[in-house]
Design a protein around this ligand. Structure first.
Ligand code: AMP
Length: 395
């Protein structure tokens, strides 16, 4: 793949697929600019070389033109972050976009209106992709968050730039981080999987089993394993349809010399709420009427050893119901262990949905090696799938 640093952008217009799908509050202000900040290095590199940038993104899931989801709302924030003024095209294609793109001078930035105001975007329509392509000389994909979608701006457009399609710096970092865990990671390699269900992580577990040395299973997922091994999990979340699968998985892991670490004790409660009665108990002996919502101290001591010895760590999914402060301790402690291991030299990647929310909420995002910006894209990468957005840059 061609990288940003291999291209001369002088007097060239680069159309960059960014992921500016940021949260807005009721006043249409950006509440978390992480994704805009993440795209800055690529944009800065193009501008510094005397190129200009045409930024395109989606925002939310509009059905047709939806004023509340206009990218016009984020122009000010983008300007503040980039430190340059940003032109805005009221439509991503058509005369307004063409006129503004044609007049764009080196060092200038143009933001196009929400791509998904046209249904052709998600349909992967090639006429729409060509219209976008006609606006620029070079295509850069820097939107990891949508790299698992074969949309017009993420995948189809690349064919119109056979020798001028470029992987953005953020996308490159994301690919590198996944490779560091699954391909080139220093041993011992540890994966920590938590969250609510085994069923949603089956393909991930199957894919990573050949690549890891240790697997910590936590959160709601653990109870299906515990029950499959003969334990009593009371009212804890458990997928009875997957008991056989987890038994087979434990056999496979044994054959591949992967050590599986399950919690041994849990903090259980009688009601799925923050303030209900809490008791620490053996994970194999949870009585009916009680459900485990967090890892207990003994489990955390065991996990700590494994995390501190690991040289490569992947974390996906919380160890408990971290949204309830009384059941967040396991997830917070795990974050502390990973931070400590990272400070000692381990490479740590946090990716996929709720674990990213947890590391941010508890302030570990700067204490791990890399926090992925893509939920679904990260999960599909961990499943071993080739993401269409990345494949299109290689073809
Ligand atoms: P996932 O999207 O599969 O990563 O799951 C994340 C969700 O799992 C979070 O909202 C947690 O509250 C939930 N979770 C974690 N541990 C448990 C548990 N022991 N019981 C029920 N839900 C849990």
């Amino acid at each position: 793949m061609t990288t940003v640093d291999q291209i001369d952008f002088k007097n060239k217009k680069a159309i960059i697929r960014v992921d500016f799908n940021v949260p807005l509050n009721e006043e249409n202000r950006v509440t978390d600019p992480t994704r805009i900040l993440a795209a800055k290095p690529t944009i800065d590199a193009v501008l510094a070389q005397g190129g200009s940038c045409i930024l395109m993104s989606h925002l939310g899931r509009p059905k047709g033109i939806t004023p509340g989801l206009s990218l016009g709302h984020i122009v000010k924030t983008v300007e503040e972050i980039l430190g340059v003024s940003v032109l805005f095209a009221q439509d991503s294609i058509g005369e307004s976009a063409q006129a503004l793109a044609a007049q764009l001078k080196p060092g200038e930035v143009l933001l196009l209106e929400n791509l998904r105001f046209h249904e052709e975007e998600t349909k992967g329509d090639s006429t729409f992709a060509k219209e976008l392509a006609n606006l620029a000389d070079i295509y850069i994909n820097d939107a990891f968050g949508t790299a698992h979608r074969a949309h017009a701006s993420t995948t189809i457009i690349a064919q119109f730039f056979p020798d001028r399609k470029v992987v953005g710096k953020l996308l490159e970092q994301e690919i590198e981080a996944i490779d560091k865990v699954l391909q080139t990671g220093e041993k011992p390699v540890l994966a920590i999987l938590g969250g609510s269900k085994v069923s949603s992580k089956i393909t991930i577990i199957e894919n990573i089993l050949d690549k890891i040395d240790h697997l910590i299973i936590g959160g709601g997922m653990a109870y299906t394993f515990v029950k499959a091994k003969g334990g009593s999990v009371g009212n804890s979340i458990c997928e009875d349809d997957y008991l056989d699968f987890t038994l087979e998985l434990m056999e496979k892991a044994k054959a591949k010399n992967v050590q599986i670490h399950l919690p041994v004790d849990v903090i259980a409660t009688t009601d799925f709420s923050n303030d209900s009665e809490r008791k620490t108990m053996d994970i194999n002996e949870i009585p009916n009427g009680w459900e485990g919502l967090d890892a207990g101290h003994k489990s955390l001591e065991n996990f700590k050893q494994v995390v501190l010895e690991a040289k490569t760590i992947l974390w996906n999914g919380p160890l408990g119901v971290f949204e309830f402060s009384n059941f967040a301790n396991g997830t917070i402690e795990l974050g502390t262990f990973i931070a400590e291991s990272t400070a000692k030299g381990a490479f740590s990647l946090v990716g996929g949905g709720d674990s990213v929310a947890a590391v941010k909420q508890f302030g570990f995002d700067h204490k791990v090696s890399y926090v992925s910006t893509g939920g679904g894209a990260m999960l599909e990468s961990l499943e071993g799938k080739t993401l269409p957005g990345i494949a299109a840059l290689k073809e």
